[in-house]
Design a protein around this ligand. Structure first.
Ligand code: CTP
Length: 401
């Protein structure tokens, strides 16, 4: 396996999940990955350095006996050697330190110095994970390109239930493999992804829109980029951190989206429409702010916007793969199948947006993939995982085209 000889620096911080980092270390060693473990002082309370030393076959760096002067040499050496830097388990504390650039121990010092990509597997009490400070730190790190895996939901060691459990070592190992040896199965393909909500102006200070955050479209753009595609992202109004390394076109209204998408559709091999365009717009846009009418009801007249996906379907050329989404609140399968046919899509990703863990503004989704051949219901997974499954399916469809 070509992972042989790759260097992973594994930071282990203080949490009960530190024991799972042992299984991770041994799996990496089996793959021939050179694994150098750095433990924080607290981590050594949960697992001994000797355990990691034995499993990794390398000396373990800890703060327990090291004097600060020795950090200078060691942290630079490890920071330079790393092909990938992994922190598993990562406490709220190390996440906060990384977000702020604090370097006050061997692990945080090395992590700050490295140029290697960083993968973080958080593990903590659910209250700490959902705390605004932690969430903001995570967003900051994600915006800098740091990769996250987990945490998962379930029973936590502290007796609470909720998100905070570290991902299983197998899942983290797979994440490591993907980062060290990215699959480039979309290389050579031009992929357009639409994301986010559109806005329809009502007056100078108001608009009509919807709850789409752009997360699903962004996950698709990032996954396609990482798999080697040349990505064009057409984005409406979004609240999630934006992907880097893709060409981006910003749009506001559904008509802008229509122009941007139909203008470039001809160049694309794959078009994935995850945007939530407003179906209607006010017939007229008031030039001045609309004033209250003294108790009278305000009647808005809305006119229908163009259907972008349907237009792309009409323009479809041989060899193109078209993917749409269907956000439904009832009769999911039936409505999605209608849209699949009407918009001439090859695949429709249907989700019941009323289910917890699905739809707008959350990091997970529960979707059903529908093609002319049949449907596959996927369990709840992160939007990134959903994106990977959609792209897998696109490749299968293209192989059969
Ligand atoms: N879509 C589009 N243009 C629109 C509305 C929707 O391109 N004006 C696309 C979406 O990006 C999505 C698919 O069509 O890929 C289905 O969107 P959805 O809102 O579920 O369906 P609609 O066609 O708008 O139908 P309805 O709102 O009646 O359910």
């Amino acid at each position: 396996m070509s992972l042989k000889g790759k260097c992973v620096v594994l930071g282990v911080t203080g949490g009960i999940a530190a024991y799972k980092a042992c299984a991770l270390t041994s799996r990496l060693r089996k793959w021939g990955v050179e694994t150098h473990v750095i433990m924080t002082r607290n981590a050594t309370q949960f697992v001994t350095p000797l355990t990691f030393e034995t499993l990794s076959n390398h000396p373990v760096v800890t703060d327990t006996f090291a004097r600060p002067e020795t950090w200078e040499v060691e942290h630079i050496a490890l920071a330079k050697a790393a092909d990938l830097f992994v922190i598993a388990p990562a406490t709220a504390n190390i996440i906060a330190k990384l977000a702020c650039g604090i370097a006050d121990d061997m692990l945080s010092t090395t992590a700050l110095a490295t140029k290697a990509p960083l993968l973080i597997a958080p593990a903590m009490n659910t209250g700490m994970w959902t705390a605004p400070a932690t969430q903001q730190n995570v967003e900051t790190l994600k915006a800098r390109g740091v990769h996250f895996i987990g945490p998962e939901g379930g029973f936590l060691a502290c007796g609470d239930e909720g998100a905070g459990r570290m991902s299983e070592p197998e899942a983290i190992a797979d994440g490591i493999r993907e980062l060290l040896e990215p699959v480039q199965d979309l290389a050579g393909l031009r992929v357009m992804v639409t994301a986010g909500a559109t806005r329809e102006r009502l007056d100078p200070v108001r608009f009509l829109s919807n709850d789409s955050s752009g997360k699903m479209g962004f996950a698709l753009a990032e996954a396609a980029r990482d798999r080697g595609a040349q990505v064009l992202l057409v984005k409406g109004c979004t609240t999630a951190p934006e992907p880097t390394g893709v060409e981006t076109v910003n749009v506001t209204s559904t008509r802008d989206l229509y122009d941007a998408v139909t203008g470039r559709a001809g160049e694309m091999d794959v078009i994935i429409q995850a945007a939530a365009p407003a179906d209607y717009r006010p017939e007229t846009v008031a030039e001045q702010k609309i004033k209250k009418a003294g108790g009278e009801a305000l009647v808005l007249r809305l006119v229908e916007n163009p259907d972008v996906a349907a237009a792309v379907g009409r323009m479809k050329r041989p060899g193109q793969t078209l993917v749409g989404f269907a956000a439904e609140t009832e009769r999911l399968g039936e409505h999605a199948a209608e849209k699949l046919a009407k918009k001439r899509l090859d695949l429709i990703v249907a989700n019941d947006v009323t289910r917890p863990g699905a739809g707008f503004n959350v990091d997970t989704n529960i979707v059903t993939l529908l093609t002319a051949e049949g449907e596959e219901a996927l369990p709840m997974m992160t939007k990134r995982e959903v994106a990977e499954r959609i792209l897998d399916r696109v490749l299968t469809l293209r192989a059969g085209q």
